[in-house]
Design a protein. Sequence first.
Length: 290
Amino acid sequence: MQLAGGVVVTTEFIDYFHYDFENESFEDFGQANGGRTWYARDLMKMLGYESFDSFHNAINKAIQACTTLKTLIIGNFDQIKREVEGKEVLDYKLSRFACYLVAMNGDVKKPQVAKAQAYFAAMAETVRRHLQNAENVERLLVRDDISERERSLAGLAHATGVEVYAFFQNEGYRGMYNMALRALRERKGVADRACLLDFMGREELAANLFRITQTEAKIKSDRVAGQAELEKTAFQVGRRVRAAMADISGTLPEDLPVAEDIRLVKSGLKQAHREFVKLDNPKRRKQLTE
């Protein structure tokens, strides 16, 4: 079977795609006890990491992505202890889907990580249609962080005198985008009933996360209180974030492109999870390579 770009998926491609690690492939390292899994410490070496502490950051991000999908961690990330070179160490048994998420959250400067991402993307046509790239996986994580920080900011704002939160929220957007939230929706082409944040790319989401956290920090440090003063603070912080973006990248936030609805990203990842499970079914595996 041939994929876009001329990549041909064959049994040899799937079973013997090498990571240049002691002449063994990703598939060679799989464990077949009650379902195919991979040890995180083996994956760490294949992806070019030397320290498990640094690799653990990619694992944590992958677990967070699983959590936002409401996908059970059990079966994808099972924490275990095992003996390695005579020492008992912490490790994880990872499903194929978990390995994919870890690779997508790996250090992109490492050539092994880029190769792993290409491997998963080319594994099978059905999976390829639903795989999300590393940027979309990161979007999911940042979007989840924003939801948490927005709840924290809303609680602080109400505790310090905000009576109409919509006005306070609008001032933050007006400072950052130089327009009210309604006008921004129209410019971006996002319907009133949809959440604007769900259509932001990684860069724009990160900028808004910074705006939200810094607004909260400013309110606390300056002991701001009252609806009018809190609105003024939200506007001023948004204005500073806008100025920083213009100075650093030369791109204003309202000019950043609209991204795919985050709900579709979540749906695609859930579908990818189901397809990865099928890949480890011997009958399904044979069908995909015929």
